[in-house]
Design a protein around this ligand. Structure first.
Ligand SMILES: [Zn+2]
Length: 382
């Protein structure tokens, strides 16, 4: 019996870790690349271990208590269906639960950056992404996350991240109008008044409990769109936030952490983790540790599928909200050394890593201008 409870506790803790994320097995159904091998059993074990880390013992006890009040038989299988159970929001992941005020929007520290959006959650609430469910993360064997999840309780006001017009309001964003089973639940989409390099920008707000705006309505930054909730495929209340470019379709998403204005004095780290032949590596864990505070952050490289890189950085990893300072990073699976990196305030710090040895922090080459002044050959005749 004891053993049963121990096994059971493991399952619960794993579920607790998932409890505020999108239950996204239907949300982003784009299959992985044909040549993607999928998660091995070792990788799955690693996933579970990483999930274990974010739930404390007391939370595990709490979930165990909850469990006894609920149907045990519901948890005897690990089908995705079990994840439909709603659990309370677990504790935050192991990063500071505090942020300085944000830079004003649009925040454009270089010609290649585009922190155009304000955060959709007020500063007196958690308004940063759940660390273990970042953009490009893989929830289950073959599903890639096309947004970020902000862990807020049901009923938290959700604000427009920028000015624009409501392009969608209601159920059915993925499946079609008014489908109550839509994975995004009650959702709002804003088509923004500004674009990026000639392409339209959209922001998406999913799993809401209540919507205050209607289609076609003009909204400004900070206007209230409604309240957060747990509609659609979720395992607990949170806001799923996406940035889409060019077209209002989940396949056109970009990493919101490269579009949301950072806290003042804090920065963003983007990188390309590759093998020696410059092939991007998927689902590799990268650890970032502050030399100043000892605080440790973990991020995984994109899992492929529907995760799209930025056109300039061409990254396969982004972690925002890092206090400026000196850090070192390492990739355990590649047996890298501890690599020094500086996070600068209000900017993207960038690195490329080729296998375990070659590392640099140079920014990508500046893209060539599309039009070049034609060279006029000197004429031999007057
Ligand atoms: Zn999500």
């Amino acid at each position: 019996m004891k053993r049963f409870f121990r096994t059971f506790r493991f399952l619960l803790v794993a579920l607790a870790g998932l409890s505020v994320s999108c239950q996204s097995s239907n949300l982003n159904p784009t299959p992985m690349d044909q040549n993607d091998p999928g998660l091995s059993s070792t990788q799955i074990a690693e996933e579970e271990n990483s999930i274990m880390v974010i739930a404390t013992q007391s939370q595990a006890d709490h979930y165990e208590d909850l469990l006894t009040a609920s149907s045990l038989s519901s948890f005897t299988t690990s089908t995705p269906e079990a994840l439909r159970f709603i659990f309370p929001t677990p504790g935050l992941a192991s990063v500071s639960a505090w942020r300085p005020p944000l830079y004003p929007t649009p925040w454009v520290p270089t010609p290649y950056d585009h922190f155009y959006f304000a955060r959709p959650i007020a500063a007196n609430e958690v308004n940063w992404p759940l660390a273990n469910y970042r953009y490009g993360g893989v929830f289950f064997a073959d599903v890639v996350h096309t947004g970020i999840d902000i862990p807020v309780k049901t009923g938290t006001p959700i604000f427009a991240a920028g000015p624009g017009r409501v392009n969608w309001a209601g159920y059915g964003l993925y499946r079609g109008r008014e489908d109550k089973d839509d994975p995004y639940g009650l959702a709002v989409v804003i088509r923004h008044d500004f674009g990026y390099k000639g392409q339209t920008l959209y922001t998406v707000y999913g799993h809401m409990s209540h919507i205050d705006v209607s289609r076609g309505e003009a909204v400004d930054t900070g206007d209230m769109l409604g309240l957060s909730g747990a509609t659609g495929n979720v395992t607990g209340p949170h806001l799923h936030f996406e940035v889409r470019i060019g077209k209002n379709n989940f396949s056109r998403s970009r990493n919101p952490e490269l579009w949301l204005s950072p806290p003042q004095g804090w920065g963003i780290l983007a990188g390309r983790v590759m093998d020696e032949k410059a092939n991007l590596l998927q689902r590799k864990e990268v650890i970032i540790k502050s030399k100043d505070t000892g605080e440790k952050y973990t991020v995984k490289t994109y899992g492929g599928g529907a995760a799209n890189p930025d056109e300039y950085y061409k990254e396969n990893l982004v972690i925002g909200d890092l206090p400026a300072g000196n850090y070192y990073i390492w990739v355990p699976e590649l047996n890298t050394k501890f690599i020094d990196i500086i996070i600068y305030a209000g900017r993207v710090s960038y690195f490329t890593l080729y296998g375990s040895l070659t590392f640099n922090t140079n920014l990508p080459h500046t893209p060539k201008p599309v039009f070049q002044t034609p060279v006029v050959e000197p004429s031999s005749s007057p």
